[in-house]
Design a protein around this ligand. Structure first.
Ligand SMILES: [Fe+2]
Length: 370
């Protein structure tokens, strides 16, 4: 099939998509311009003394061959399918993000399952991690936990090591491990550390104490509703940096990090939520303090509203994976005298999970010539 190509002064048009000559020259796929096995760029467009100009453009067998007016002339070959997949007219093609911003009513209508690790295909439970921001697996043997997590992505070690233990212990340095079985108010983990965006992995070793139910809310859903109803408050939470701190005398660390509660991306959309009362140091400037507390309290009331809450019980062998930058989590109080509650946790950088999915979706664009 012939491809329609139209030449213009500074761009050509392929099947209705425009490509500047300068973009085509920059993206030349030949082995001198792009390393053939790493797919990394080698060509420096600023080496050209004048804007790139084609001497000839020819289409054959689904490829477009361009000879550039250079000394000596340079040849670029672009498969048409590659060009269309990389079109930036009107905007660069990005993999679709499939998010469902959920609340309790949505979950009541679509109750989440616990997926059996032995029978559920990975793409099924993984897809829920992308859409809802969390997923729960069941029947994982503790001896297989490390291999299971490592199959998703490398474990991100913290000051606790590759794994941390969450159970009642004397002289704990975290409320979650206190002997009193405190409720844990909704929070995101590790706001006090400069780290990549993480997926939190919470594995249930034992849970036969009374109480201790897990609580999740969709921070992105709440932020969306909050933005709709309280734009001024939203801006305050997005623009006021807070100091999160954690003093750890056992290991000799005093972590400190400044970030607003709502982190926005370059388009102004919420990209991350940092919310933890237990590690927040309230260092708001004097003149901003009252307005901040008003916004903060309003946001807290959204978090606590039961219309957003998902409440469930982790059973031994269950494993919760949750995007720590989206899902805000907590637990109800439990009675440590009534039985044991022991969770093991680890973290994985979200980049690895996202990158694996992108690889599966986009590898054909890179490996097509092999
Ligand atoms: Fe936590």
């Amino acid at each position: 099939m012939n491809t329609t190509i139209t030449l213009n002064d500074n761009f050509l048009e392929v099947q209705g998509k425009r490509f500047h000559y300068i973009w085509l020259r920059q993206n030349c796929l030949c082995p001198d311009c792009r390393h053939p096995t790493s797919f990394q760029g080698l060509f420096d467009i600023s080496d050209l003394s004048s804007p790139p100009e084609p001497l000839s453009v020819e289409e054959k067998n689904g490829e477009i061959e361009i000879i550039w007016k250079e000394e000596p002339p340079h040849k670029s070959i672009f498969p048409v399918s590659w060009l269309l997949n990389h079109a930036y007219d009107p905007s660069p093609q990005q993999p679709e993000e499939q998010k469902i911003l959920w609340d309790r009513a949505w979950l009541d209508a679509h109750p989440p399952k616990k997926y059996d690790i032995h029978s559920c295909p990975e793409d099924v439970w993984m897809s829920q991690l992308f859409t809802l921001g969390f997923t729960v697996l069941k029947n994982i043997n503790p001896d297989n936990l490390d291999d299971f997590i490592s199959s998703i992505g490398p474990i991100h070690a913290t000051e606790y090591g590759r794994f941390g233990e969450l159970k009642a212990m004397p002289n704990s340095t975290d409320i979650g491990q206190s002997l009193t079985g405190h409720a844990l108010a909704l929070h995101t983990d590790r706001c006090h550390v400069h780290e990549p965006r993480l997926v939190q992995v919470l594995y249930c070793v034992d849970n036969n104490a009374s109480g201790g139910e897990s609580l999740l809310v969709d921070g992105f859903r709440i932020a969306t509703d909050f933005h709709q109803n309280h734009q001024d408050y939203f801006q305050i939470l997005a623009k006021t940096p807070l100091q999160f701190q954690d003093f750890d005398p056992m290991r000799g660390y005093f972590f400190s990090r400044k970030t607003p509660i709502l982190e926005l991306d370059w388009e102004g959309k919420v990209a991350g939520i940092y919310f933890s009362r237990k590690t927040c140091n309230w260092n708001i400037p004097f003149d901003e303090l009252e307005a901040f507390y008003e916004a903060y309290s309003a946001f807290c009331r959204y978090l606590k509203d039961p219309i957003y809450e998902y409440r469930f019980r982790l059973e031994p062998g269950d494993c919760l994976l949750a995007q720590n930058f989206r899902i805000i989590h907590g637990r109800t109080a439990y009675d440590p005298l009534s039985g044991h509650r022991h969770l093991r946790w680890a973290t994985i950088a979200w980049d690895y999970i996202n990158a694996r999915q992108n690889f599966e979706m986009l590898k054909h664009l890179y490996l097509m010539e092999n």
